[in-house]
Design a protein around this ligand. Sequence first.
Ligand code: FES
Length: 114
Amino acid sequence: MRPGTTLLEAARLAGRPIAVRCGGKAACLMCKLGVHPEHGEAGLSRPTPQERHKLGEGVATRLGCQCRALGDCHAVLPEDPLKAAVRRQLERQAEEDDDSWLRSFRMKDQEEPQ
Ligand code: FES
């Protein structure tokens, strides 16, 4: 990967393409990447005016279409939106199952004399 490659392109080259709608024009925000908690912004270009306008100042998020890799760098790729939706649904379902199991356990506990 050549220095100056956008993180959006780098993700694609690494086999982890990010689905976007605006074609890299800082409009859709679907290319948001997390700044790696340990490595920070090392090796990343400074936020562009478009990024600052869209994301605000001092956030640990970058736009993959605007942020460029200047050297060794790290970023946290977003979870695939479909996988994220399925994961959230499964988590909700698990919580509901836990709650119903706990409720039935409590009801049985109340029914049985001790
Ligand atoms: S690709 Fe749409 S905001 Fe980056």
